[in-house]
Design a protein around this ligand. Structure first.
Ligand code: AP5
Ligand code: MG
Length: 190
């Protein structure tokens, strides 16, 4: 199973990504986690993206596409992936899809975790103090949500045009969201 998880900051991509990876026996690949690991390790890539992460801005498409495609290909070789946090721009979506398609590892489903900003803000505020630098400041959280809204619609349209977009109400409990995703996956319908 190969799944792309889309949704606002705080919509539960990481939470559901971990659960689904465990349930489906595939790897959870999270672009934000990969970037934060680079920052923590002080790699060359980490040094170039640190400020963007701190401000809640997107890092450049080229940087993230190369990094994610490598991780996704490795996961797919082991049976599949739950990809969380990518794509964030229509360019990322189109370019990564072309690369994946050529390798025969394109996603089976793109799951959109739909959530009101007010709920998302509340969840992220509740997580402040957990160590994420971009959770510490309400203005950065607001900016992350603005960046999300500025980019997401063309991405949803892209996956809808491919016929693989599934939308799930992310305001439910964690368990109910997982159940809704599993019920909507193509294999569950087959
Ligand atoms: P990223 O790491 O992807 O962060 P994000 O999108 O801001 O989202 P979060 O990780 O904060 O939220 P989430 O949806 O994973 O929710 P979670 O499960 O944690 O990106 C960070 C930065 O990296 C970006 O700003 C950018 O700079 C850069 N970046 C990453 N990818 C990039 C890309 N492709 N291109 C360019 N730049 C990129 O849940 C949130 C909280 O809610 C938790 O406390 C959780 O316990 C709780 N919760 C979850 N589900 C529920 C529920 N159902 N009910 C109640 N509480 C819940
Ligand atoms: Mg996350």
């Amino acid at each position: 199973m190969r799944i792309v998880l889309l949704g606002a900051p705080g919509s539960g991509k990481g939470t559901q990504g971990e659960i689904l990876a465990e349930r489906l026996g595939v790897r959870h690949v999270a672009s934000g986690e990969l970037l934060r690991a680079h920052v923590a390790a002080g790699t060359e890539l980490g040094l170039t993206v640190a400020e963007s992460l701190e401000r809640g801005d997107l890092v450049p498409d080229d940087t993230v596409i190369d990094m994610v495609c490598e991780a996704v290909a490795a996961a797919a070789a082991e049976g599949g992936y739950i990809l969380d946090g990518f794509p964030r721009t229509r360019t990322q979506a189109e370019r990564a899809y072309a690369i994946a398609k050529a390798l025969g590892i394109e996603p089976d489903a793109a799951v959109y975790l739909a959530l009101d900003d007010a709920v998302a803000r509340g969840r992220l505020a509740g997580r402040a103090g957990g160590g994420r630098i971009d959770d510490a400041d309400a203005s950065v959280i607001r900016h992350r949500l603005e960046v999300f809204h500025a980019n997401m619609q063309p991405i949803l349209e892209f996956y809808a045009s491919l016929g693989i977009l599934v939308t799930v109400d992310a305001a439910q409990t964690v368990v109910a969201v997982t159940d809704a995703i599993l019920a909507a996956l193509p294999s569950a319908r087959a």
